[in-house]
Design a binder for this molecule. Structure first.
Ligand SMILES: Nc1ncnc2c1ncn2[C@@H]1O[C@H](COP(=O)(O)OP(=O)(O)OP(=O)(O)O)[C@@H](O)[C@H]1O
Length: 530
């Protein structure tokens, strides 16, 4: 027996892993952004998912490569516009009070969920209105803004202008005929107003050129944007008359108009890089993570605004699909949301994070229900991972509570194939996880780790070290080898799980006696402890 990581310490006693969960019980220069969230209501599960996902790349880099990568991680709240104005009026508050209170709720939620960030921006901050005013003047000076009349459908819920083809007829709950957005299902109204227009139509060739660099992932969303750009691309209204929308940033040259909330909101990605100070240098490469509901704003309007201002368009847009409730997108306006606080109470922070990251996906919507959370956590974490850890570190299996020697003189012929397949899979696992995590296909990374855990369980069960320890000297040596390989595999899983479920991973590594200086694979790869 060797004392590689010191004694196995502590007891495995994390709620939900050694015990089962029962429903209803207590329980380099790189800018990465998640959308800044609109403060017309409290955060829901969909926001938490986006924010958790956006917080992963830096920890992944640290875990696998051992190095810190300069990274600016932005989160924040989008606070202007008519929806906030209306929500505040309905509550008898002034908009500023509502914004401060809901923005704080988002911040508290991010902290509770262990989401790391380097800047939390609020679009009502003075640094942001300075950036917006400067950006507006730049667009004006470069000839991209003119006064015109906008006539068409407007969806207040989505703060979006829609063409006739993007709307359809529907019926409201009272049986009245209404027009709705085909994309979101929210009601639209006919609007005719004199305001400031942005020459979006003139930017089509440059946008198409940008699309050729393949900046949008996964590919189906790139195709959607290509299709949009093949259709009509009318100029965009970028102001509202301030008599109607008071809560926003006034147009610098004309205070009778308020800046369109999406132009205002998107500029936050520049504000956090100190735009327009002389010290401003665009963060590169910049990655924006977003839900598919705001694809048009990020993949058409935002690069167009940047190109018009003479700035580089974003390098990568990573798009994810939606959490739904009974098939309908979870959304504040529809009030069909799942409260993240309730989920944290039921499943713990890491259980909730694991579920979101394992089941959420870029390509397909995912329906939320408590049964699927309970089933996943019981099967993947309590039974497979927790079971393996408990069994392989139990005092009955390892009375001296230390790491056995990896002295595998001879592998029984019956175990050779299984061992070879397992070792090959585990040696390649960090590369697989790193690749998936860096492209935000986190569900695939977690699936790969879970696959490893299940193969380790099968190996442990079929070799039955508890029986080998009662056999010949050769059996005992092989038993120690099986135990060593299992603990080493658990060290690998614990290390790789740190970005997704930091608390749970620390519990595993602590239980294995792995010191804080060894919780990266850089310098400590799989089987390096031999
Ligand atoms: N159901 C959802 N699933 C996944 N992500 C979501 C969901 N709802 C919101 N988000 C995340 O929040 C971003 C937009 O947030 P927003 O504040 O507009 O939320 P919302 O609930 O859709 O609001 P509203 O109903 O007022 O439109 C999305 O782009 C996405 O990143």
């Amino acid at each position: 027996m060797r004392w590689l990581y010191g004694r196995l310490v502590g007891r495995w006693c994390s709620v939900g892993f050694s015990r089962k969960i029962s429903y209803g019980g207590a329980a380099g220069g790189r800018l990465i952004t998640t959308p800044i969230f609109y403060v017309n209501a409290a955060p829901h599960l969909g926001h938490v998912y986006s924010a958790v996902l956006g917080g992963l790349p830096a920890p992944v880099h640290r875990t696998v490569r051992g190095a810190q990568r300069p990274e600016h991680r932005l989160v924040g709240t989008d606070e202007h516009g008519i929806k906030v104005q209306q929500a505040a009026a309905a509550l008898g508050l002034n908009p500023s009070e509502l914004c401060s209170s809901i923005s704080q709720e988002f911040r508290t939620m991010f902290d509770t969920m262990g989401i790391s960030y380097t800047d939390f921006i609020r679009t009502t901050e003075p640094r942001h209105s300075r950036a917006v005013r400067h950006f507006w003047k730049t667009l004006e000076e470069r000839g991209y803004i003119y006064k015109g009349t906008y006539q068409g459908w407007y969806c207040t819920s989505d703060e979006a202008f829609l063409s006739e083809e993007q709307t359809t007829e529907s019926t409201d709950p009272g049986g009245n005929k209404i027009r709705v957005s085909m994309e979101s299902g929210h009601q639209v109204h006919w609007m005719s107003e004199e305001n400031y227009m942005f020459r979006l139509s003139s930017l089509r060739p440059e946008l198409l050129k940008w699309l050729q660099t393949g900046p949008i992932h996964p590919a189906p969303f790139l195709r959607i944007v290509q299709k949009w750009l093949e259709e009509e691309l009318p100029d965009l209204s970028v102001s509202r008359q301030s008599s109607r929308v008071t809560w926003g940033i006034p147009v610098p040259s004309d205070p009778t108009h308020t800046t369109y909330v999406w132009l205002d909101a998107l500029i936050n990605y520049l504000t956090v890089a100190n735009y327009p100070d002389p010290s401003y240098s665009p963060w590169g490469p910049s990655t924006h993570l977003l839900g598919k509901d705001i694809l048009r704003f990020h993949a058409v309007y935002w690069p167009a605004f940047l190109l018009a201002a003479g700035l580089p368009p974003p390098e990568r847009l990573l798009v994810h699909s939606h959490w739904t409730c009974q098939g309908v997108k979870m959304s504040k306006s529809l009030q069909n949301v799942i409260d993240p606080t309730e989920c944290i109470k039921l499943y713990g922070r890491d259980g909730f994070r694991y579920f979101l990251l394992r089941n959420g996906s870029p390509e397909r919507n995912c329906d939320f229900n408590h049964d699927s959370v309970r089933n996943l956590l019981n099967s993947a974490l309590a039974d497979a991972l927790g079971g393996l850890l408990n069994r392989s570190t139990a005092p009955s299996m390892n009375p001296e509570q230390c790491w056995p020697c990896y002295q595998c003189k001879s592998v029984p012929s019956s175990a050779k194939d299984q061992l070879e397949t397992l070792l090959e899979a585990l040696q390649g696992l960090p590369r697989v996880v790193d690749r998936y995590m860096n492209t935000f296909q986190v569900h695939k990374a977690l699936e790969a780790i879970d696959g490893g855990v299940r193969s380790s369980n099968a190996f442990f069960q079929s070799q039955a070290p508890w029986k080998l320890f009662k056999g010949t000297e050769e059996d005992k040596a092989w038993g120690r080898c099986v135990l060593y390989l299992t603990l080493e595999a658990l060290r690998l899983y614990g290390t790789l799980l740190q970005p997704a479920v930091p608390g749970l991973a620390q519990t595993i590594l602590h239980r294995l006696g792995v010191g804080h200086d060894r919780r990266t694979l850089k310098g400590n790869p799989f089987l390096s402890s031999d």
